[in-house]
Design a protein around this ligand. Structure first.
Ligand code: NI
Length: 210
């Protein structure tokens, strides 16, 4: 996994509305994570326990934590994308991105795969060029899982390879374009319209869950 800033440079951490988005490599020692955190496993596998039940998070799974937990490495090194929303949430046990993306048939139509009190984790398949738009009140986190996405800004284009994350700052005009099919994870507050105020035929309904 890699984090990239809106100017295309690689980063150790990026921000989503001042919340930390960072990478965590877990190998020999357990790692402590806190309530309201989204964890996406980019490689390897780890385990954790919630209310007496144990869960395994493997490559291509994500979960949402409702409490502080210790993540235990299972074998070798695991690479995790950590989105520390610090937002109260129910526990979402590990879900498979591969299975969820396989169930999505439409392009540019984000589906809610999990949520916290204020945020949603949406999955979308992208193909072709979207519309120029911005989101006045919020940053928007894109994680490219499969495929290659061009994120056009007015000043530059950032090419997002698979397993990269980029946060589009609030108010910044952007236009995603996918020459081949892209599977993307979006994390943003509830109620955000995918086309901002630009509208048009690619405007998708909100709160469609998978
Ligand atoms: Ni957007």
């Amino acid at each position: 996994m890699k984090l990239i800033s809106a100017d295309g440079t690689l980063q150790d951490r990026i921000a989503l509305n001042s919340k930390a988005v960072r990478l965590l490599k877990v190998q020999d020692e357990p790692a402590t994570l806190h309530a309201g955190t989204i964890v996406v496993c980019g490689g390897g596998h780890v385990s954790y326990t919630v209310a007496g039940s144990s869960y395994t998070l493997q490559e291509g799974d994500f979960c949402v934590l409702d409490r502080s937990i210790e993540l235990f490495p299972e074998a070798g090194q695991s690479t995790l994308l950590i989105i520390e929303l610090e937002d109260p949430a129910p526990h979402t046990p590990p879900r498979s991105l591969k299975l969820l993306f396989a169930s999505i048939k439409e392009f540019w139509s984000p589906k809610v795969a999990a949520e916290t009190t204020h945020y949603q984790i949406k999955l979308a398949k992208l193909h072709g060029e979207f519309v120029w738009h911005n989101h006045e009140a919020t940053d928007e986190l894109f994680v490219v899982w499969d495929g290659e996405l061009m994120m056009h800004f007015q000043s530059a284009t950032v090419t997002m390879k698979p397993r990269t994350a980029l946060s589009v700052p609030r108010g910044v005009e952007h236009c995603p374009e996918a020459e081949e099919i892209v599977c993307a994870i979006l994390v943003e507050p509830k109620g955000v319209v995918n086309t901002g105020k630009a509208g048009g035929s690619l405007t998708a309904p909100n709160d469609v869950r998978i």
